[in-house]
Design a protein around this ligand. Sequence first.
Ligand SMILES: CCCCCCCC/C=C\C/C=C/C(=O)SCCNC(=O)CCNC(=O)[C@H](O)C(C)(C)COP(=O)(O)OP(=O)(O)OC[C@H]1O[C@@H](n2cnc3c(N)ncnc32)[C@H](O)[C@@H]1OP(=O)(O)O
Length: 684
Amino acid sequence: MARYELVKRSVALITLTNPPVNALSSAVRHAMAKSMEQALNDPKVTAVVICGENGRFCGGADIREFAGPLRGPPLVPLLDAIEAGEKPVVAAIEGVALGGGFELALVCHYCIAHFKARLGLPEVTLGILPAAGGTQRLPRLIGIPAALELITTAKPLSSRRVSMLTTPCPPDLDALLEVVTMEVKKKARGVMAPLACIQAVRAAATMPYSKGIKRESELMATLFNSGQARALQYCFFAQRTAGKWTLPSGAQWNNSKPREIRSAAIIGLGTMGRGIVVSLARAGISVIAVESEKKLLETGKQMVIGMLERDAKRRGVSASLNLLKFTLSLQDLKDVDLVIEAVFEDMALKKRVFQELSKVCRPATLLCTNTSGLDVDALAGVTDRPHLVVGMHFFSPAHVMKLLEVVCGPRSSSETIATAMSLGKRMGKVSVAVGNCPGFVGNRMLKPYLDQATFLLEEGATPEQIDKALEDFGFAMGVFRMSDLAGLDVGWRIRKESGLTGPDVDPKNPPRRRHGRRYCPIPDMVCEQGRFGQKTGRGWYMYDKPGGTNAKPDPLIQNLLEMYRSRYAIQPRNISDKEIIERCLFALANEGFRILEDGIAARPEDIDVIYLFGYGFPRHRGGPMFYASMVGLERVLERLEHYHQAHPDVPHLEPSPLLKKLVACGSPSVQTWREHIKTMHSHL
Ligand SMILES: CCCCCCCC/C=C\C/C=C/C(=O)SCCNC(=O)CCNC(=O)[C@H](O)C(C)(C)COP(=O)(O)OP(=O)(O)OC[C@H]1O[C@@H](n2cnc3c(N)ncnc32)[C@H](O)[C@@H]1OP(=O)(O)O
């Protein structure tokens, strides 16, 4: 856990040995305390060097220990003893010095860091604060503005007995703290940890060290036991769990070898295709981009080059334009390792492209489809290599959004899935393996969520009221603002194709019912007026101009809602924010339970990661499934039963069998749900 050696008969070398990141577990803290005592008591030792094994100084406290009662020697007295020691202590930093690891470096009298070392205080990302003196020593060392930046944003960055220094304090401390508070509140709505950090840094500026450290400890006690800390720590592990995909066949991340991808092709240079080309080129992969018409090819090419140049300028690197080739001919794809089709979301068109690719590409080329919900197996079926076909569902804009759903068809081989997952990682994405069903995980769950929002409009709510409730909950954008951004015409087209609206609907159909269940035609009525969201300057809100982003409530929407309600004799009622949150989010989680039952997602963590990285679900709430577990499964069940009784024609509100089963089993923790899920019907 910590190795002690005497070097050159005078220097004690203490090496942290707790793979993989040398986290400060109870055993490590114990071994360090023993080693320091030995060094300080040995008259031969004139100096101490602390380092970490395997090129990593220290990844901080062992986050896993936060879940149970705190055991072992506490970190703060250990660090205080190192700082107060009479022999010089040097931190030799390689790799990472994060959280408690950075706080350890801060108490050392000298630090030497490798130029590639990453130093920082990521505690706020886990819902806590740097409570081993980090908020007290860092402002003394580097001043308040720089310390605030590092501590409240978790962005990655030392002095002898830093606690003895006074904090350099700007004359306008209150104004500075106010500005940072406003910034934090804007960026991280409702998140407690960065605000507590600001209070701790205020203590560093205004109190002697002994009082400041006490304040730090009080603030930590509040955060440490908070639901937000549990949620954020859950997110940390959920993201890593998602990378460890597993299939019922036994194939999984650690027994399936991905293929090496050196060259790729993208079919279609629309918004999605362009973003995918940029992500691939940034990852150092040669890309051939294909369009069907010269004009589209030229426009796409100019846009991709512009995006790559702006991106390279921002990152201070040179743009990898030499990796790009643009062509009108599919014949140019015969030697590529992998193709990602990103044409229009139309099954017939995609099938034609896959048939063509099957003829043109060498037999070993992987064929991937970027679809947001179409049947990946139906596409595999028109090729000569169904085992090499997989879905890669990117999120728009594809060069920015971190999420990638890797859609495993029943015939996709484990090597194909491993390759798509590994390629996603190389492109900087958080990849989640999901099964093949309409909408996969993310978009399938979106349906009940959107339905509830529009039903609430019928019943008396306004788009701004619903959005505000969701934004106060922590979403970056409420459902209506998000829909305006995404474009309302996409959903309208899908509803027309599914026979839910448009000329093909049987006129005998009651207007507010389709396929035997409640249907809200308001989104169709909004589209019929040419209101497609931001791009047309009008949608659920009005904007200054087409493409504008400043959403203002529109009296025309208010009129439309009033006329609609009077036409169908709906008596509008006051709807509370609580009902908005419960109906939208419990319906969302309920579909998540069904997705787990159906084996479309292997674990609740996968669903949560999809919602965190693809749909703006607030991280401090942990994701829809974790949120349901925090509310209490029994309560979620009771509220869904209540709402389903009130709206029996809305099947999405009927509690799922898995939710009922989990409640019957005593509502186990989210990490153990998978033991209760039958995998017999797994689509993964
Ligand atoms: C009343 C309350 C009083 C409470 C008093 C408490 C006092 C507390 C005192 C001090 C506060 C200090 C707090 C902290 O230090 S919190 C931790 C801060 N550190 C971090 O957030 C770093 C988290 N880790 C990372 O960012 C990355 O892992 C990395 C950059 C270090 C390495 O990245 P990479 O190479 O990509 O590897 P992985 O991310 O995949 O990780 C590998 C493996 O290691 C596990 N792991 C990583 N860090 C930790 C950790 N700090 N604790 C436990 N486990 C960790 C990770 O989960 C992976 O595990 P695997 O999936 O099983 O392989």
